[in-house]
Design a protein around this ligand. Structure first.
Ligand SMILES: O=C(O)CCC(=O)C(=O)O
Ligand SMILES: [Fe+2]
Length: 315
């Protein structure tokens, strides 16, 4: 639960950093789950000739180094979501017990409950971000899951039907996020308005609507979280180190409200009024996404945001 000072800070500034939310055992479980996922994927990529021969027990990060050199899309196989376009029935993704335990973690849900109440839906706008050293990111890589993130409000990346919902972003550092390796930065609030966004290389706030001189970087140690109000402009710095920056961003909204991405599955993470509606089985979570993938793969494309380049703010 958040205390009065934390609530005040969140309400006035539009963001709040909290250290030590997720414990080392839970972080280790996620790391082990990703290592196992890599160990399943690597031989498949090896068989396609995309990566070189390595020792089976090479650590996750070193295998990832090989994947990056292979210049194929290694990222999507690790994401806890589907991409914004070109989804097929084979598009890879990752849903496992360790990350489900984090999405439904009691301490996280207690914090979220302090902000949006006890009827909590896990919102499907969620990602893993695995950011390699920026100098090694291919120049044409624009995905903010891999490269630095341009200024945006999270409200701006959902569909308009979710404009008036109670939604909160929980950004979790799996590795320490530092000034050097690309932590987030925010424009402190309060913020009450949606700013115009433009389809630049990323969906980003139109030029002139954010003053970067007001940016406050928010380093977070592994296991800490950053809560972000949906109207708080934020971005991330480039990773100037030799290591990776790893985070998850999770979102929660009040159950029954539109998620902003209706083609992807939501689930009830906590319900005071109807505890039997809560999902506790990670395999069902995975099945929901597998079913959504088939559905989306066979449906007309749904744009993930509303912004067009021909609006006056983007001229
Ligand atoms: O991790 C990042 O670089 C960006 C994250 C972000 O924009 C978010 O979690 O809403
Ligand atoms: Fe964001």
């Amino acid at each position: 639960m958040l205390n009065a000072a934390q609530l005040k800070q969140f309400n006035e500034q539009g963001y709040l950093a909290i250290e030590n939310v997720i414990g080392q055992p839970e972080l280790d479980a996620v790391k082990a789950e990703y290592a196992q996922r890599m160990n399943e994927l690597y031989p498949q990529w090896r068989a396609k000739g995309w990566v070189g021969e390595v020792a089976d027990d090479l650590p996750f990060w070193q295998k990832l180094d090989h994947c990056r050199r292979g210049k194929f899309d290694w990222y999507q196989s690790f994401d806890i979501s589907l991409p914004h376009a070109d989804i097929t029935e084979e598009t890879p993704m990752h849903f496992g017990p360790a990350i489900f335990d984090i999405v439904t973690n009691t301490r996280v849900l207690d914090i979220v409950e302090s902000l949006i109440g006890p009827e909590i839906t896990s919102n499907p706008i969620q990602h893993v971000r695995i950011k390699p050293p920026q100098r090694e990111v291919p120049k044409d890589e624009v995905r903010a899951h891999i490269t630095y993130t341009d200024w945006h409000q999270d409200r701006g990346v959902g569909s308009p039907e979710s404009d008036n919902t109670d939604i909160i972003t929980v950004w979790l550092a799996v590795t320490d996020a530092t000034l050097e390796n690309g932590c987030l930065q925010v424009i402190p609030g309060p913020h009450t308005e949606m700013l115009p966004h433009c389809p630049k290389s990323q969906t980003a706030i139109a030029d002139g609507f954010v003053n970067p001189a007001k940016a406050v970087p928010v380093p977070i140690k592994a296991g800490g979280i950053l809560l972000i109000h949906p109207l708080t402009p934020h971005s991330s710095l480039p990773n100037t180190t030799d290591g990776y920056r790893w985070s998850f961003d999770l979102r929660y909204n009040v159950t029954g409200q539109p998620t902003g991405r209706s083609q992807f599955p939501e689930f009830v993470a906590r319900s005071q009024s109807d505890p039997s509606s809560e999902l506790h089985d990670w395999k069902v979570w995975r099945q929901l996404w597998q079913a959504a993938r088939i559905q989306v793969a066979n449906s007309p494309h749904i744009p993930q945001h509303r912004w067009t380049a021909d609006s006056p703010a983007c001229a």
